[in-house]
Design a protein. Structure first.
Length: 246
């Protein structure tokens, strides 16, 4: 046997084609689901029941529990489909929260929401559930399949220790869970309809929609984003995006 070929410390060079895990979030009406339907060989896990007018491949009914989501992911791994679209992470977190509450109520004073769990422990328990789910997505990804998460936006305040506080957009899940989830993804992109500011004579103005749907891939002062891809800071929200992720 060639000893060099059997070397366990052999290395590879350059970029390697690979499957991807990406989250795209925005306010409602931007067209995330319509865009996601352009993903290669996709299957939507429909958690919101909002796909009736989207030309896509999807589950035959709305998924209403964490167990259903996991069962469909197991099926997806063995299927011919290449990209699973989870629509949306907002709804998925409701399933995770329900499991946190149910587990807590088995041994403690009854609560109805994660926020009711004392001493802020609810958020920590929810993060643990998210870590378990991300581990499942990692397994899906390791089989060579793509993972596309869709979510809505929320506006949160950044307590700036070096200057004035400011508001910014981030994905609409628990504040403790958001950074944990985003850290495990190849890309977190913010989608919006491009706008510009139109001034008026009295010194006031208003935002006017330009009509173009834009995907932001790099962190901005007003929104969270990240990318491990060779992408521009912004690009049109169209099917060409998927060819750039490979």
């Amino acid at each position: 046997m060639n000893e060099l070929a059997a070397d366990p410390f052999s290395v590879v060079h350059g970029k390697q084609p690979a499957a991807w895990k990406v989250l795209v979030y925005s306010n409602p009406g931007v067209g995330k689901s319509t865009w996601a339907a352009l993903a290669p060989k996709h299957i939507f896990l429909d958690l919101e029941n909002g796909l009736a007018r989207v030309d896509c491949t999807k589950t035959p009914h709305q998924l209403k529990s964490y167990e259903e989501v996991v069962d469909w992911l197991r099926w997806f791994i063995k299927s011919e489909y290449q990209t699973v679209v989870i629509d949306t992470v907002d709804e998925l977190e409701k399933f995770l929260s329900a499991k946190v509450v149910a587990t807590w109520n088995q041994d403690n004073k009854k609560v109805t929401t994660v926020a009711d769990i004392p001493y802020g422990r609810g958020g920590d328990l929810l993060v643990a559930r998210w870590r378990d789910f991300i581990a499942i997505l990692d397994h899906v990804h390791a089989t060579g399949k793509n993972v596309l998460l869709l979510g809505h936006e929320q506006i949160v305040k950044f307590e700036n220790p070096t200057g004035a506080n400011y508001d910014f957009y981030t994905v609409n899940i628990h504040k403790k869970a958001a950074p944990v989830v985003m850290a495990k993804l190849d890309g977190v992109f913010f989608a919006r309809i491009d706008t510009y500011f139109k001034g008026e004579k009295d010194g006031k103005g208003k935002a006017v929609a330009a009509g173009e749907r834009v995907l932001y891939t790099t962190q901005g002062g007003s929104f969270v984003a990240k990318s491990r891809f060779d992408l521009p800071d912004s690009l049109p929200l169209d099917g060409a995006v998927f060819s750039k992720l490979i």
